[in-house]
Write a protein that binds this ligand. Structure first.
Ligand SMILES: [Ca+2]
Length: 420
């Protein structure tokens, strides 16, 4: 994984859950080998929705479905509702003749040494991709006047509905969660935290066609973005994985192309998804059978260096008088490496930050001072461990990581109370 950290990365969240502008990058970056697809992918909960909007259907069927669709429609965010109006059935342009798309397939064919038939298949699939007008603006940074606010961000995720859903999920999948911990070393509260923050345990897995979203971001990424070239290259890589592994054109996901309960990008699907219930196929979309999603999240964290048993962070006490002295550099020094764990507890103490390590804490562990801004109020600080850093490999934001941790903790606590 890349070790480059962006303190103020301007990307928005890839998931479909609350669309807060997060201060960190959000994607699950990974590179993939171009092997043939080994997996069967299934459609998410929105497949019926996509079918109705993707294809002509008899009037009688339309009438029967109308009521159900209207109710679904009202549940969609306004952005998604607008998107359906500008999608395939209203004649949004496709990428069939788009010069950059044609060049992209030609390059891919050459690099992967595809046969003429394989290239034609790729072109055919990409030709079905529609430009989504609403998606590029979602990639732009929040206005600089928007203050980051951990308290607000937290309140969107650590709330009764999500905690209750997490308790239900935990209890229904206790054995699988334990098995994932035994296999990958990742505790249930982290997996439960991720799936809760990403999709509310499968309730919101996204209603954009992944193919449309990826093609739009691969070829029409907003040029005004400060890192447009880099981000566009990232989405081209994800699109390549989608095409090379022949994922279904109707597959649904977020506006950034993330899919399933854990909101994996295509390259993460290829690299980290596992068949954890042993039924011979990988299904990250099945809310009733989330074993593959649970195993895949745990596998992802193991792959990015999760250390079994290590806590994610420690509380800290700041020597504010010291920090407020003129020309004091302590804060700047500690924040310079961002969330990359770089300091021992002793080094932090020498910069005015006392890490409240319990007896089990290893003072030699590398730590990062994590600053969470609270609008115009005082920022919150914790000392993030290497496991905190690992969570940010799922979504490059310390705010995101802390929400995952705190939701997992809240669910764990509530789950224990409710246990028979
Ligand atoms: Ca399976």
């Amino acid at each position: 994984m890349a070790s480059v950290i962006f303190r103020s990365s301007p990307l928005t969240k890839t998931g479909t859950e609350p669309r807060l502008k997060t201060p960190g990058q959000v994607l699950s970056p990974s590179t993939c080998s171009p092997e043939p697809s080994r997996f069967n992918f299934s459609l998410g909960d929105g497949s019926a929705f996509a079918f109705v909007f993707g294809f002509p259907f008899p009037l009688a069927l339309a009438l029967v479905l109308a009521f159900a669709l209207c109710t679904s429609w009202l549940l969609l965010p306004s952005q998604a509702r607008a998107e359906a109006q500008t999608g395939a059935q209203t004649g949004a342009p496709t990428y069939a003749q788009h010069p950059a798309a044609l060049a992209f397939v030609a390059q891919l064919a050459e690099r992967e040494q595809l046969s003429a038939a394989q290239s034609a298949k790729l072109l055919d699939t990409l030709g079905q991709a529609h430009f989504l007008r609403s998606v590029p603006p979602l990639m732009l940074p929040a206005p600089s006047s928007t203050a980051k606010n951990w308290a607000l961000y937290r309140s969107r995720f650590i709330e009764p509905k999500r905690i209750q859903a997490g308790v239900r999920f935990w209890r229904q999948n206790q054995a699988t969660l334990k098995r994932a911990q035994a296999r990958y070393g990742v505790p249930p509260e982290i997996v439960v935290g991720i799936l809760g923050v990403e999709t509310l345990y499968g309730e919101h897995m996204g209603r954009f066609r992944v193919l449309d979203a990826l093609a739009t971001l691969a070829f029409d990424f907003p040029a005004e973005h400060p890192r447009a070239a880099e981000r566009q290259a990232y989405f081209q890589k994800e699109l390549a994985q989608f095409l090379l592994h022949q994922m279904p054109a109707q597959r649904l996901g977020s506006y950034a192309g993330a899919t399933g309960l854990p909101q994996f990008m295509p390259s993460s699907l290829v690299q980290w998804a596992v068949d954890f219930d042993g039924d011979g196929r990988i299904d990250l979309d099945n809310v009733k059978k989330p074993a593959d999603a649970i195993g895949s999240v745990a596998h992802y964290f193991q792959a990015f260096g999760w250390k079994p048993g290590q806590p994610t962070h420690w509380p800290v006490q700041i020597d504010k008088d010291r920090w407020q002295q003129p020309e004091n550099e302590d804060k700047a020094t500690l924040l310079a490496p961002d969330i990359l764990p770089s300091f021992s507890a002793e080094q932090m103490a020498s910069h005015g930050v006392t890490v409240k390590l319990p007896k089990t804490g290893d003072p030699k562990d590398r730590l990062a001072l994590v600053e969470l801004q609270n609008g115009s109020d005082e920022p919150s600080y914790v000392a993030g461990t290497e496991n905190f850093y690992v969570i940010t490999r799922y979504n490059w934001s310390s705010y995101y990581a802390m929400a995952v941790i705190e939701l997992g903790e809240a669910v764990a606590k509530a789950q224990l109370k409710k246990a028979p």
